[in-house]
Design a protein around this ligand. Structure first.
Ligand code: T5A
Length: 215
């Protein structure tokens, strides 16, 4: 069994990650590929339990506690789900991964980036994505989309959706900085545009990588 391909989708709230993860998986499956779609926080039983606490705005968490919770989620996710899927030769699509921690807990909350990098390496056991797509849209567009959805389903804001605009702006800048620092792994795609245009560009990137890797 060969190694598969690990793709992560990143970006601010409402940038379209969940929708694009689903569309990408459908397109790849239609081409006969074996695909696993997963998410962080979550993706395992432990991870879904952690997600409940992590997102609950009514639960008080300081920055270190918030960081360590999401890293615990990641450590379990890597060993229980991500690594087995990759070892089985699948295409693995994760809706958020380690760049979200750098962007949210690092750039957003101000946690020391060097120490955060070390802790992320511990949690990932060194497993880095082959391709990361940052779906980039303005904070206003992203939050308007999530607010619209929350209104339609009568949901309350989670810990992050309720944060001030400046926090989300730092998170967005964080993702763009990560992309500037690792252009070989990270591609930024403008997700203000219609869904079909965005999904077409993502699929083209993935197909190009599959061809380059002879997969
Ligand atoms: N977090 C996570 C951290 O702080 N640190 C970490 O290390 C990790 C892993 C996760 C939260 O946890 C934080 C970040 C997050 O705040 P979540 O519920 O998983 O919480 O939240 P998000 O990942 O932000 O997911 P969202 O569902 O809010 O946003 P998505 O997935 O980016 O957007 P999506 O696809 O659900 O789309 C939102 C709406 O917009 C529409 C969709 O149809 C949908 O209604 N839409 C578009 N409309 C028009 N044009 C387009 N191009 C559109 N794309 C999507």
């Amino acid at each position: 069994m060969g190694r598969g391909l690990f793709i992560t989708l990143e970006g601010v709230e409402g940038s379209g990650k969940t929708t694009q993860a689903r569309l990408l998986a459908e397109a790849l499956r239609a081409r006969g590929r074996r695909v696993t779609v997963t998410r962080e926080p979550g993706g395992t039983r432990a991870g879904e339990a952690i997600r409940e606490i992590f997102l609950d705005a009514a639960v008080s968490l300081n920055v270190a506690a918030e960081l360590l919770l999401v890293l615990a989620d990641r450590a379990q996710h890597v060993s229980e789900k991500l690594k087995p899927a990759l070892d089985a030769g699948e295409i693995l699509i994760s809706d958020r991964y380690s760049d979200s921690t750098t962007a949210y807990q690092g750039y957003g909350r101000g946690f020391d980036l060097a120490l955060l990098g070390e802790l992320n390496r511990l949690a990932t056991a060194g497993m880095a994505p082959d391709l990361t797509i940052v779906l980039d849209c303005s904070v206003e567009t992203g939050l308007a989309r999530t607010r619209e959805r929350a209104k339609a389903s009568a949901q309350r804001f989670d810990r992050f959706e309720g944060e001030e605009r400046a926090f989300h702006a730092r998170v967005r800048e964080g993702f763009l900085n990560i992309a500037r620092g690792e252009p070989g792994r990270v591609t930024v795609i403008d997700s203000e545009r219609p869904l079909a245009l965005v999904s077409g560009e993502i699929l083209a990137q993935v197909e190009e990588l599959l061809a380059r890797r002879c997969l």
